[in-house]
Design a binder for this molecule. Structure first.
Ligand SMILES: NC(=O)c1ccc[n+]([C@@H]2O[C@H](COP(=O)([O-])OP(=O)(O)OC[C@H]3O[C@@H](n4cnc5c(N)ncnc54)[C@H](OP(=O)(O)O)[C@@H]3O)[C@@H](O)[C@H]2O)c1
Length: 304
């Protein structure tokens, strides 16, 4: 019988999965920090102390995978992470991303030049208070809203050089197509892929299975629908049957979907954080999974 906290947390948070080719194993339920910045992911949060409380509660509950970027705020989210959690627990994996910058009024713009990428890595290091970034995702911006073809060789080569210099330990990709992942893997080992996916938006079904076969984690962003939260009568009905909430069922479905899925639901609220972490304790029967699988086909309003 094992009763230590690590084992208890492992089970509660959906077990663990390893970032491909690394010694970093993440609880399958992590935390996405984007919601901690101000409205539109721009500027400071409404309630600074509440933001710190969410981060501290996540880590105290066993979360060891936090997703962030220096372009959230910009700078704000990383500075909050540093204030709340530095010096960081040894097994905490902070995953950041580069490749975009914010315009005036908060627009999202590509930032793929050598200078911009190098600056972004240094901004992340400074604002997180780190000497080396554990995992940096290159966020493709050929289309801000979804994967679109285009070569990632030039920006990825810059990140590989920064890795050689010891500023980055591992590299992942975000908002990418299967062809870009293949291109990327010819340049540098890719330890994870982060794309838009949830119970209602399943464009990456094939990609998830192929990454699973190669032991590469897939990290869905907008797991709860992002700026357009998921709404579905099936989710409501099943949540009622399981005495859970629809968001918990949506997260539990992702955990059941494939073992290589690592979750980073975002929230600015401790109550929602607790709810999301508890999703790891929900078991979905094969019949329930079948019903949930039909949501994507029957969703009327697009979620993004
Ligand atoms: N790579 C990329 O391009 C990319 C893009 C977007 C996001 N991301 C990453 O992915 C993470 C997750 O995405 P996200 O935060 O945008 O979207 P999300 O996790 O799908 O949903 C967040 C939204 O759901 C609400 N929410 C969270 N838990 C809830 C609950 N239990 N009940 C009801 N509402 C709940 C949040 O509001 P409250 O604050 O009120 O809880 C927020 O409005 C981000 O934090 C970020 O780290 C990456």
């Amino acid at each position: 019988m094992t009763t230590n906290n690590k084992t208890v947390n492992d089970a509660k948070l959906g077990g663990r999965f390893t970032f491909s080719g690394t010694s970093l194993s993440a609880q399958r339920i992590g935390y996405g920090a984007m919601q901690l910045a101000g409205p539109g992911v721009f500027g400071p949060p409404k309630d600074h102390d509440a933001a710190l409380a969410v981060l501290r509660e996540a880590v105290a509950s066993g979360v060891n995978h936090i997703d962030t970027s220096d372009f959230y705020g910009p700078h704000v989210t990383n500075q909050l992470i540093r204030e709340a959690l530095h010096p960081y627990p040894e097994d905490l994996v902070i995953v950041t991303k580069v490749g975009a910058r914010r315009g005036k009024e908060g627009s999202w713009l590509p930032a793929f030049s050598r200078e911009e990428l190098t600056q972004a890595v240094h901004d992340n290091l400074r604002n997180l208070g780190l000497d080396v970034l554990e995992i940096v995702n290159l966020r493709a911006m050929f289309d801000v809203h979804g994967p679109a073809e285009g070569s990632i060789e030039a920006p990825l080569t810059v990140l590989a050089e920064l890795q050689q210099k010891g500023l980055i330990r591992h590299i992942g990709l975000s908002n990418v197509t299967p062809a870009q992942i293949e291109e990327g893997r010819r340049i540098v080992p890719i330890v994870c892929v982060q794309n838009f996916y949830n119970i209602a938006n399943r464009n990456d079904d094939g990609l998830i299975d192929s990454l699973a076969a190669q032991d590469i984690p897939y990290v869905p962003f907008f797991p709860l629908g992002g700026f357009t939260p998921l709404q579905s009568s099936t989710l409501l009905e099943i949540a009622g049957q399981l005495q859970a909430t629809p968001m918990q069922v949506a997260l539990a479905w992702l955990l059941h979907r494939s073992p290589n899925i690592l979750l980073i639901p975002g929230t600015s609220s401790v109550a929602h954080l607790r709810e999301n972490l508890a999703a790891g304790e929900l078991t979905l029967s094969p019949e329930t999974l079948k019903k949930l699988d039909r949501i994507a086909a029957t969703t009327v309003a697009p979620m993004h």
